[in-house]
Ligand binder design. Structure first.
Ligand SMILES: CCCCCCCCCCCCC/C=C/[C@@H](O)[C@H](CO)NC(=O)CCCCCCCCCCCCCCC
Ligand SMILES: Nc1ncnc2c1ncn2[C@@H]1O[C@H](COP(=O)(O)OP(=O)(O)OP(=O)(O)O)[C@@H](O)[C@H]1O
Ligand SMILES: [Ca+2]
Length: 467
């Protein structure tokens, strides 16, 4: 009978497999004053949430993955951003490196975050743009492998629209544009380790997911010629590379990550609120307090391994993706300041296949006599070929450590080098020096949440986050 007043609350509803959806509930009321009081109180509460972004810079790669980036953004993401009163400046990229170069020109400091719509390659561009810009503005030389880099506090949001979407999957638990948009809207924050890659005092690239030599380097190199095939190119090149069964001889020198509290063989994985990553965050804050930006790196305790490898995989995070739901190193941490260095030595095709199959199931990938894994903060690699030419890591090794693992006698190895796959891009040099920078950047994410098995907890968490 009476005139009704109403307001609608939009909220995040958790679905299965880490999927989030936007739902809404409308409240009706006969008392207009009461209704206004409610909306006012809710608006004030939202205003107090300082971590939520208000202004975002968005880069869309229209050619990533299945070429759906623009459609995904316009149909699934933009309506949610406008519902949450987020204003955006949108750039549709016209060529490779457009986003990266643009980030050196625009006033990035007026934005609360940068969003990339695309795959891991697009994320890599935005990350290079932002980290590079921060170092430039702070007068830090990226070519110095020992430089203490300035943390980048402008968060990056990833709307997955690529072929692998490993970084999104490993930090959210699913590759789903709507879920990622909701993590951005509620202002989640996940710090991320970043590795810097140098060759002879020249900066090459940053990496957050996979730095792979041998198998994954060869797949990438071959697949670049088959971009027209879309995501299928990786299966084609994967099979071809598997059949070619190339192995590469070289030397790895690494510094174990002693400050971190986990091990790559742990049964527990890095999850939302991970205590190992929290400890690293505290250590980092203490170090910065004590030394400022100057961070002394010890030269002690290098280990050297020489051998013939089918694959060398260094991962800063698990590298979980739809093809490999647990990833290449299931216990790797997003923000502990270390990387897991996985060495797959020369073995039979059958054994290598057994290893690859374990990327896709629950079995222990490191439980093979030809697979070794180390948690490291720095490493160097030199292939046998460049060793013979330059003899640099060997010399460093001989000077520093005196002793090598010589359990693999020399024989007629592959005479060509492989290429490094750095987050899906090839590197020009096979001899590299890598250093992990603890929590150098931040994402709009919260890590993978524990699965809510308990129905009561599940229901309670449903109306958790008001939009
Ligand atoms: C028998 C089944 C074995 C299946 C093994 C599946 C392993 C999948 C592991 C994916 C790991 C991804 C790590 C992330 C890397 C990203 O930074 C990067 C940029 O997006 N992606 C790639 O380099 C793209 C890498 C794409 C790799 C695809 C590998 C496909 C291998 C197929 C091997 C076939 C052997 C079949 C023998 C009968
Ligand atoms: N307009 C454009 N034209 C051509 N290339 C572009 C354009 N915009 C971005 N790129 C480049 O395309 C590369 C691949 O893009 P993206 O990562 O989005 O897709 P993908 O390779 O299919 O996915 P993934 O990296 O997950 O395997 C990026 O490295 C980026 O530099
Ligand atoms: Ca890490």
């Amino acid at each position: 009978m009476a005139k009704l007043h109403a307001f609608t609350v939009y909220y995040v509803k958790r679905g299965r497999n880490h999927r989030w959806r936007c739902s809404d509930v409308t409240f009706w009321c006969v008392d207009e004053h009461l209704c206004n009081q409610w909306t006012q109180a809710l608006k004030e509460l939202l205003e107090m949430q300082k971590s939520r972004p208000k202004q975002l810079l968005v880069y869309i790669n229209p050619y990533g993955g299945k070429r759906q980036g623009k459609r995904i953004y316009e149909q699934k993401v933009a309506p949610l951003f406008s519902l949450a009163s987020i204003s955006t400046d949108v750039v549709i990229t016209e060529h490779a490196n457009h986003a990266k170069d643009n980030l050196f020109e625009v006033n990035i400091y007026k934005y609360d975050g940068v969003v990339c719509v695309g795959g891991d390659g697009m994320f890599s561009e935005v990350m290079h743009g932002l980290i590079g810009r921060m170092q430039k503005d702070s007068g830090i030389d990226q070519n110095n492998p020992k430089a203490s880099l300035v943390q980048c506090n402008i968060r990056i949001g990833i709307i997955p629209a690529g072929s692998t979407d490993c970084i999104c999957y490993s930090t959210v638990g699913i590759s789903d544009p709507v879920t990622s948009a909701l993590h951005i809207i509620i202002g989640d924050c996940q710090p991320l380790d970043v590795s810097s890659v140098h060759h002879n005092n020249t900066f090459l690239k940053y990496s957050v997911s996979l730095l792979g030599y041998g198998f994954y380097g060869d797949i990438l190199k071959d697949s670049e010629k088959k971009r027209w095939m879309g995501p299928m190119r990786y299966d084609y090149s994967g099979l071809k590379t598997f059949l070619s069964h190339h192995y590469y001889e070289g030397t790895i020198a690494y510094q174990p990550a002693k400050q971190t509290h986990g091990s790559p063989r742990d049964k527990e994985s890095c999850r939302t609120g991970c205590y190992i990553c929290k400890k690293s965050e505290k250590q980092l804050a203490e170090q910065t307090k004590e030394h400022g930006l100057k961070h002394e790196e010890g030269e002690e305790d290098w280990k050297v391994i020489k051998g013939k490898f089918l694959a060398i995989n260094a991962v800063n995070m698990s590298c979980a993706c739809p093809r490999s739901p647990k990833g290449l190193s299931p216990a790797a941490h997003l923000a502990d300041g270390s990387a897991d260095l996985i060495l797959v030595r020369k073995c039979s095709r059958f054994d290598f296949l057994r290893y690859l199959v374990r990327h896709t199931n629950q079995d222990d990938q490191f439980d093979f006599p030809f697979v070794d894994v180390y948690r490291v903060k720095r490493f160097q690699f030199t292939s046998k070929l460049s060793e013979d030419n330059e003899s640099n890591v060997m010399d460093i090794g001989k000077k520093r450590f005196g002793q090598f693992c010589r359990d693999h006698p020399a024989c007629c190895c592959n005479i060509v080098n492989s290429t490094w796959n750095c987050d899906g891009e090839t590197l020009d040099s096979s001899a590299i020096e890598v250093r992990v920078h603890c929590q150098l950047m931040k994402l709009f994410a919260r890590g993978i949440e524990e699965n809510c098995k308990d129905e009561a907890a599940y229901s309670q968490s449903r109306i958790e986050q008001l939009l």
